[in-house]
Design a protein around this ligand. Structure first.
Ligand code: NAD
Ligand code: UDP
Length: 340
């Protein structure tokens, strides 16, 4: 039987890579995206890579009528829910937009799913829900923390509401995937991350410095209690992340309840290690200066990926050189991203 999967936010960075992986694995895919942070070009490129296209519906997850119509016209087996806003800084300036898109949007989506009798959901959560853990690596049974910004709080609120939902009705089968730091691009160089304006995240910033669009990187904090004083994170290749979604999907289709899985590599790298690895892969210099810590940042954060390995039969396979080479291939071939 061919499953048809609804991918919300499927034109975005992680959604487009996962849409590609789903199509390559033989799933039928419907993408719902309002294109507020993406371009339809990403899906044309997906079709170019794999020779198959998802059905694309331009629309908003907060649109009740559209969702009801979508679930009536398409026989959806499960939803991969990526749609949402993701900029920490913007969430501080525009909290209502974040609660509306991320929280109210998820409520509307779940209402439409329940109405249509679709109970399988994979939700894009984040390691940010752990707050500032005192111990590394981070396991799924660690308590969730106090996120320091509306974006983080919106992710935790959705996790909580999905837990309540599953308690209220045993038909729900929900995966909460807590991503660590997604980086990289498809090895073809055709799809990748295309941030709008000045990048917030480390690797898009580094690659725009390398290509000469930005002058130098500011390294936020060199006085953390880490190996070289700079922040340590668990960077995971977006292709590994996409594969993790397919494993989670296969698993939740066989069970019910809420399952939480970390998607990370289990290895932490510092900002300076990332700069060096990128310089090596690209052959370009990345000028940087050490500046003050960024408010709200934690010193270090990396996953214990054992639970996902045991329960999903999934492991991140790609190492730092591949993450860097693929990021650079995408950036060099698409200096203006998708040209939005
Ligand atoms: P992205 O911005 O590239 O993709 C999100 C997509 O959702 C975009 O295409 C956007 O147009 C769409 N969208 C936003 N609001 C919508 C709405 N109301 N209706 C329909 N479509 C809407 O971001 P991404 O990096 O691919 O992230 C995907 C998900 O993963 C997000 O929920 C994000 O919070 C989560 N996440 C991302 C990271 C990261 O570092 N990239 C880390 C942890 C969690
Ligand atoms: N960082 C940095 N300069 C930048 C962007 C990020 O030094 O321009 C650092 C940041 O302080 C953190 C790491 O790079 O230690 C990863 O940051 P990112 O924003 O990519 O992800 P986060 O883990 O904060 O969500």
């Amino acid at each position: 039987m061919t499953y048809k999967i609804l991918v919300t936010g499927g034109a975005g960075y992680i959604g487009s890579h996962t849409t590609l992986a789903l199509l390559e694995a033989g799933y039928e895919v419907v993408v719902l995206d309002n294109l507020c942070n993406s371009s339809p070009e990403s899906l044309l490129r997906v079709a170019r890579i794999c020779g198959k296209a998802p059905l694309f519906i331009q629309g908003d997850i907060r649109d009740h009528a559209l969702l009801d119509e979508l679930f009536i016209s398409q026989r959806i087996s499960a939803v991969l829910h990526f749609a949402g806003l993701k900029s920490v800084g913007e969430s501080v300036r525009k909290p209502l937009d974040y609660y509306d898109n991320n929280v109210a949007g998820s409520v509307t989506l779940c209402q439409a799913m329940a109405h249509a009798g679709v109970f399988n959901l994979v939700f894009s959560s984040s390691a940010t829900v752990y707050g500032e853990p005192t111990q590394m690596p981070i396991r799924e049974d660690f308590p969730t923390g106090v996120p320091t910004n509306p974006y983080g709080r919106s992710k935790l609120m959705v996790e909580d509401l999905l837990q309540d939902l599953a308690k209220s009705d045993p038909r729900w089968s929900i995966a909460l995937l807590r991503y660590f730091n997604p980086v990289g691009a498809h090895q073809s160089g055709l799809i990748g991350e295309d941030p709008n304006g000045l990048p917030n995240n480390l690797l898009p910033y580094v690659s725009q410095v390398a290509i000469g669009k930005l002058k130098q990187l500011s390294v936020f904090g060199a006085d953390y209690p880490t190996l070289d004083g700079t922040g340590v994170r668990d960077y995971i290749h977006v292709q590994d992340l996409a594969d993790g979604h397919l494993s989670a999907l296969r698993t939740i289709l066989q069970k019910t309840g809420v399952n939480i899985w970390n998607l990370g590599t289990g290895i932490g790298y510092s900002v300076l290690e990332m700069i060096r690895a990128f310089e090596q892969a690209s052959g370009r210099a990345v000028p940087y200066k050490l500046v003050e810590r960024r408010p709200g940042d934690i010193a270090e954060c990396w996953a214990d990926p054992t639970k996902a390995a045991n329960e999903l039969d999934w492991k991140a396979k790609r190492g730092l050189p591949e993450m860097m080479a693929d990021t650079w291939r995408w950036q060099a071939a698409n200096p203006q991203g998708y040209g939005r």
